[in-house]
Design a protein. Sequence first.
Length: 366
Amino acid sequence: MSLREKIFFKGEREMGLFRRELLNVIEWNETRDDVLFWKWNNSEIKKGSRLIIRPGQDAIFLYNGKIEGVFKEEGNYEIETQIIPFLSTLKGFKFGFNSGLRAEVLFVNTKEFLVRWGTKNPINIPAQNMPGGIPIRAFGTFSVKIDDYISLIDKIAGVKKTFTISDIEERTLSLLDQLLMKWIVKEGKNMFNLQVNAYEIAKGIKEDLDMELLKIGLTVTDLKISSFNYPEQIQKMIEKNASYEMVGDIGRYQQIGIMNSLEKNPGGNMSSMLQAGVGLAMGAEMLNNIKKSTTSNNPSVTPASSASVTLICKKCSQPLTSDMKFCSNCGEKVENFSAGGSKFCFQCGSELDANAKFCSACGAKL
């Protein structure tokens, strides 16, 4: 044999030994932080193979889809002497000269995983005086970990080699939309300030989501709602309402809303007026909710008297109370007229003809 042939065969022999060495080590080198489990499923486990379990991992031996043994202590183990004797039906297995053990090893990541979630589309939540409901979006996080190996293998690991956070998101996001609607309706005391009841809503969602994920061997350890998002129009009204200290005076809110609309768009068409009407309905509904909440929390709060109802000075548009005889800003004699020449009912806020003596909406004397 020539020197060249000797070098070639020596190299082949060394590579063969190197390949066998690689095949003889069963381990999971985690390179990603979003993988819940990974399955080692080479054709067979060779004689002399070793099992390496790293911190935060469990190793599950599977034979014909059934659990043979679960190993949780980190370390480096010899399969033949330290693993096989502790298997259930394979504990008497003997390696042949050329035959190995045809089994799979499932490595499980035992840590908790943080999943970020958010509604795909706004959810219409039923609300009084709003036939279409209030479109709301929500965002938050929940933590999940593997809890039941039998259910996990039966439902998922039997057909998948890996399972990631993306797989969890795919399974849960549509379900979370349904649970969000259910628990907002149950626990949302004020639809325009849901953050106040975020804890109760999140607690209900967590319990239901946990029950659903237990079916596939997972458990939800925590769930939080970080924010509720409203459409821009409603959000502006919520912020505007917060700047007014007039919780019990819906009539005043409506009058100021009408005045703002007239000042910004004196020649507005019917479409814009309809939009303003929808906005005022939302505003009135908001104030009703806040008023109920405030009254229930503070029994001493009483509805505003008719003397506190706001009129509009016809000369300078200064808001006035109905018991004023003259405008406190310009001295003009007080009449319940708007800046546009029309009259507003001090009782219900309806816009009336300038010569009207009684309100056509509520019958109040003007």
